[in-house]
Design a binder for this molecule. Sequence first.
Ligand SMILES: CC(=O)[C@@H](O)[C@H](O)COP(=O)(O)O
Ligand SMILES: NCC(=O)COP(=O)(O)O
Length: 253
Amino acid sequence: MSEKKPIRLGVNIDHVATIRNARGGAHPDPVRAAHLVASAGADGITAHLREDRRHIRDDDMRRLKEELDLPLNFEMAATAEMLQLCIDVGPHACCIVPENRNERTTEGGLNVAGQHNFIAPFVRELNDAGIRVSLFVDPEAEHIEAAKSAGASVIEIHTGAYYEAAAATEPKRIAAEFEKIKASAELADRIGLEVHAGHGLTFHNVQPVAALPQIVELNIGHFLVGEAVFMGLADAVKEMKQLMQDARTGGHY
Ligand SMILES: CC(=O)[C@@H](O)[C@H](O)COP(=O)(O)O
Ligand SMILES: NCC(=O)COP(=O)(O)O
């Protein structure tokens, strides 16, 4: 069993921008939300600049980088336009994700094994610009091994299938999806990749994932912004961090 390293919470503020864009104005400002989550204990800010700009926009990314002291994780598709924007912004990290304009949310992980020769040059250019690269992958060995050989230093395990199993309250499916995450975290750690996870994590499903000793960062957004309606964004972030720390230190879950 690996030693338990501390675990970080990256808060994804995309859906603050979704609410802003619903009316076309400037409120609520995702950068203001980022300042708030920083003071509530977030360890980083994640934002996904989608090609269709449905939530976060170019200027949000620039302001997040300029105004925040926290590490910025720039999520994006592997396109020439995004590569240039990311290099111009100069975030701490870039997470490359698959993107499909017709999807409601990120549906699956990056097909790194099938697109190795396409993805590796993006990783190289970002690395050369001093940006850490993470690849957002389904919990499958072939993509994790391909991420390593493509030059990424981090993988983020897509926890969407685990979320769906938990939402359907199907114990066998939850256990099967969790086992995939666990085996993937162990494999990635063994081959020298830093391991992150995210997508669909909530107060109710986060603790088993946070307890996995190889996982050092969780990126969580939609649930926290939704929960902010009921308990406020700062309290939602504090509660999520507490649940993660409790799971990490062997507390109750
Ligand atoms: C890649 C990922 O999991 C997040 O970026 C999440 O998808 C938030 O953005 P969307 O809700 O637009 O997919
Ligand atoms: N990469 C996952 C992420 O940033 C947040 O996903 P979600 O919590 O909004 O589903």
